[in-house]
Design a binder for this molecule. Structure first.
Ligand code: NAP
Length: 274
């Protein structure tokens, strides 16, 4: 992909930027020298990027002039300031790819040149190991080519789905916050293993491999979880006994309610940027 148009300039050289750069470089989409980054001067964040051979650019004018794609990776609270600094330098020929959670496309478009081509993505923390569950939505002026370029770049963080922007609060609730639900499940499994007499370390290893193996089974067989669950649930057996307790204590309903609340919270937070 290494043509001039695809050179990327990242505004906000923090944890997300580092994961993105690692993914893009490991997937051979771009070499480090084709990537430029900018932050407010925090050397702690810049050092690993410099070590990889990424160019650190002190001002946004130079960053935009050297890049076809501008990636927004500042924290949501810093979005308005970063966009104000970018405004004079972003052209309608740039693709602006926002990785900022919760910042609406309208908010970004209204602060950039009229007709700016923007794609907004919602990734999760598994980006750090290129296993994010990511969804992306196209802005008002972005075309199909912009979307395809954004998808190729986002693919460096993990698989990407295309959705309408109105679905991004739900994506945030399910996949953005999702790793925490799985971590809670695993914490509970480890605690339960100890409760029924296993050493902490044995319990931890078994819980981890069980979740990893179950996820891979679903991925590789493409079966619905309900089907795999019913296959491992013999009538009168241990799994059935356990699942009865989970259903009776409202496990499924709690998760549904929790994700609905996360979606509501995501839209409440988004309204602050309207
Ligand atoms: N981390 C994740 O796994 C994850 C997952 C999904 C979405 N996201 C999204 O990714 C974005 C970045 O998150 P993060 O965890 O990478 O945050 P982070 O580590 O704090 O990095 C943010 C970076 O933005 C820089 N910055 C702030 N204002 C700036 C400005 N005006 N111009 C240039 N740089 C500026 C900061 O610079 P200084 O260091 O110099 O202060 C910092 O390096 C957020 O919007 C978040 O919602 C992150």
């Amino acid at each position: 992909m290494a043509d001039e148009a695809a050179r990327i300039g990242i505004v906000g050289a923090g944890a997300m930027a580092l994961a993105f750069v690692r993914g893009v470089v490991q997937s051979d989409l771009l070499s480090p020298s084709e990537i430029a980054v900018n932050n407010r001067g925090n050397e702690h964040h810049l050092a690993p990027l410099r070590e990889m051979g990424v160019r650190v650019v002190g001002d946004k004018e130079a960053l935009c002039a050297a890049s076809g794609v501008i990636v927004l990776a500042v924290k949501p609270k810093d979005a308005a300031q970063a966009l104000a600094e970018l405004r004079p330098h972003v052209l309608p020929s740039h693709l602006v790819l926002s990785l900022m959670a919760g910042i609406p496309l309208d908010f970004i478009e209204a602060r950039l040149v009229a007709g700016a081509h923007v794609v907004r993505a919602m990734a999760n923390t598994s980006s750090a190991i290129r296993e994010s569950a990511t969804a992306a939505a196209k802005g008002n002026h972005a075309g199909e080519e912009d979307l395809q370029l954004a998808l190729r770049l986002l693919g460096a963080l993990g698989p990407v789905l295309v959705v309408e922007e109105r679905s991004l609060d739900a994506v945030t609730a399910l996949a953005g916050s999702g790793p925490a639900y799985v971590y809670l499940l695993m914490e509970s499994m480890i605690q339960a293993g100890s409760h029924v007499g296993l050493d902490d370390d044995v319990s931890r290893q078994l819980a981890l491999q069980t979740v990893y193996g179950a996820a891979r089974m679903l991925m590789e067989t493409q079966h619905h979880p309900e089907e795999l669950r019913s296959r491992v649930t013999s009538p009168g057996g241990t799994t059935e006994a356990a699942l009865r307790v989970l259903e009776a204590s409202g496990f499924r309903a709690s998760l549904v309610e929790a994700i609905a609340r996360a979606k509501e919270r995501s839209s409440e937070l988004g309204r602050a940027f309207e």
